[in-house]
Design a protein around this ligand. Sequence first.
Ligand SMILES: CCCCCCCC/C=C\CCCCCCCCCCC/C=C/C(=O)SCCNC(=O)CCNC(=O)[C@H](O)C(C)(C)COP(=O)(O)OP(=O)(O)OC[C@H]1O[C@@H](n2cnc3c(N)ncnc32)[C@H](O)[C@@H]1OP(=O)(O)O
Ligand SMILES: Cc1cc2nc3c(=O)[nH]c(=O)nc-3n(C[C@H](O)[C@H](O)[C@H](O)COP(=O)(O)OP(=O)(O)OC[C@H]3O[C@@H](n4cnc5c(N)ncnc54)[C@H](O)[C@@H]3O)c2cc1C
Length: 701
Amino acid sequence: MGLSGISLLTTTYSLILQHQSLLLCLRAKGFGLDLKKDMEGVDYLSDERKKAQFDVEAMKIAWAGSLEAFQLSDRMAKLVANDPAFEKFTRPMLGRKELIKNTLRKAAHGWKLIVDLRLTEEEAKWLRLYIDEPAYTDLHWGMFIPAIEGQGTEEQKKKWLPLAKKMQIIGCYAQTELGHGSNVQGLETTATFDPQTDEFIMHSPTLTSSKWWPGGLGKASTHAVVYARLIVGGEFHGVHGFIVQLRSLDDHSPLPGVTVGDIGMKFGNGAYNTMDNGVLRFDHVRIPRDQMLMRVSQVTREGKIMQSDVPRQLIYGTMVYVRQTIVADASKALSRAVCIATRYSAIRRQFGSRNGGPETQVIDYKTQQSRLFPLLASAYAFRFVGEWLKWLYTDVKERLAANDFSTLPEAHACTAGLKSLTTSFTADGIEECRKLCGGHGYLVSSGLPELFAVYIPACTYEGDNVVLLLQVARFLVKTVSELGYKKPVGTTAYMGRVASLMQNNCAVQTAEGWLNPGAVVEAFESRAARMAVRCGQQLAKYENPEEGFAELSADLVEASIAHCQLIVVSKFIEKLQQDIPGKGVKQTLEVLCYVYALFLLHKHQGDFLATGYLTPKQASLANDQLRTLYSKVRPNAITLVDSFNYTDHYLGSILGRYDGNVYPKLYEAAWKDPLNDSDVVDGFYEYVQPILKQKLRTAKL
Ligand SMILES: CCCCCCCC/C=C\CCCCCCCCCCC/C=C/C(=O)SCCNC(=O)CCNC(=O)[C@H](O)C(C)(C)COP(=O)(O)OP(=O)(O)OC[C@H]1O[C@@H](n2cnc3c(N)ncnc32)[C@H](O)[C@@H]1OP(=O)(O)O
Ligand SMILES: Cc1cc2nc3c(=O)[nH]c(=O)nc-3n(C[C@H](O)[C@H](O)[C@H](O)COP(=O)(O)OP(=O)(O)OC[C@H]3O[C@@H](n4cnc5c(N)ncnc54)[C@H](O)[C@@H]3O)c2cc1C
């Protein structure tokens, strides 16, 4: 018997087992049989796992970044998964008050673990990830503390950071208002210096000046970094951050003049409703002068404004930091959804049964592959670009500490652009994974609805994705306009070869010709350069550049996307130039890298054709190659998602279970729904039975 015959037999055997266990379950409910006899301990995906052409343990390390990173993350994942305090299956069924209380309990337990086990910051970050529940602590550690670190003076840091780091105060980041989020310079809250008392008076002069959205503000925070218009001597001096105490440290009640509360329920059940996004108003609240964050500008006792040599953009620095973390988190959210959809696609069978044999696994349909495998490849691509962005941010941070601000514009453009690109793609990707799972993907127990609901605000918070791409566009237009006298560096270095990128066309002649990193990078560089230059030429026709920018903004956004996609493709290729140990690991990643690049090329072929870099024939060859690549991914698909090393707890999905034991567990879960506590539903006797028993002579319907 050939290999395919053996595999058919084992697959059929698995199917029979699975059907048997389902039958046992079905009978358990209906006919009193033993529910426990489902096939616990059987790995329904074992055949798939045997197909792997690479060393899975080595791929886990490549995904994690290093052996140490893998071990650390693995330890934290297991710590959370084995602790019943972090159960999360009932979350979507809880009412808001219960939900928030439950989150506060988990955050307290998480903090206790951090203290008791003396976890490092890195360990705490992983712990937070695996607890998988948005909480006020995210904003405290992710924005309040970084805002003080980045914008505070040494003295301010010395005073506030120890309190914050021991969690003796809880802080949030209160920037957005009811009337303004994107336009930070349009904020209306005022901070007016009173030279008589050496204080600032914090005030909300209008309804639209109410702070609105800050996470952790509603119920948990005792303090906030509040962004407000600085007014000294009756003049406006820009928006700055101020540390303001909101609640008493004794009984947590709001301080006089402070009105604070939660803004209400948000999209989905459970999901981001674990967060107390808040509303805040000030009625002439006084704070000491030294609570203005003064690294960028200082207000003296006499009411003089002193500018340091730090650029004012540093006031936006916390956003640069968080955007960088959001890019890293995009690969986690996407890989999680992809893991669920891939495992389920291997379990799920529809159509194609021959002679009573098993039906086709849906993962074998080319349409399923062409939707799923680019998402799998993107998860890897985002992982590696996130790793690079972390390096870039660390480098910028070190430079900033040494008062070197030269790389700040590039860091801003990269974090803004990649945040936009990765979150938009991930949000759409999670929804695509839901559809890839058919009807069962719509069940909360698939894990996908809640993941989607938690994830989608990432397209809006930390900067609306379109607004951020327009920031990238400004950076690109500036780079193009300076080409004559300034050598572009970093991620825009390719613009330095703009003449050849505008002239030379693609040389690929065969489908195999696309399996060449040089050809791929040149295609993306040429497309990005041509789109940016074209925008520059169009802009030059306008007398008023701002008017031109507004008029051309949709094209500028497309040019920014092309630039950001080039960054992701290049960083993936650069990653593959490193030493990546393990049998078949590098080769498998190469396949994914080409899938990512050629999928984008196919999806955006309009750009590549319109800029004249590719011919229709070359675009078609790329698509031929893409199909071949999907066949190469197929045998490795399950082990590629196993390499994320996600526990069943973190995945939170019956469809994505490691053992693939989907049907019995779905069936079991249905009976755990509170609606099934009784056979006759509450409300039946009041509202249904009277209809059943009514004696209408005629019905008009
Ligand atoms: C459970 C127990 C656990 C216990 C503890 C665990 C411990 C764990 C430890 C750590 C956990 C870490 C967790 C992190 C998690 C994070 C969670 C994230 C949740 C997210 C919540 C959301 C928060 C928010 O949304 S905050 C609000 C964000 N708001 C925005 O993003 C507003 C967007 N708008 C803007 O950014 C700007 O207004 C603008 C850029 C659009 C326009 O600015 P403006 O000045 O008006 O305009 P412009 O003229 O265009 O720019 C002037 C020049 O400035 C340059 N520039 C703009 N922005 C920046 C920047 N950010 N940096 C540098 N430079 C910038 C711009 O390019 C211009 O430059 P030029 O040279 O003059 O051209
Ligand atoms: C879940 C969540 C958590 C948040 N947490 C915080 C927090 O902790 N702290 C905080 O301060 N804020 C927080 N925010 C607020 C968030 O930062 C803002 O909502 C975000 O910056 C977008 O601003 P906006 O709401 O004003 O959108 P708007 O700017 O009003 O966007 C509306 C539409 O207008 C478009 N648009 C706006 N300006 C332009 C332009 N110049 N050109 C073209 N199109 C434009 C946008 O693309 C969008 O389509 C949070 C938001 C959410 C949803």
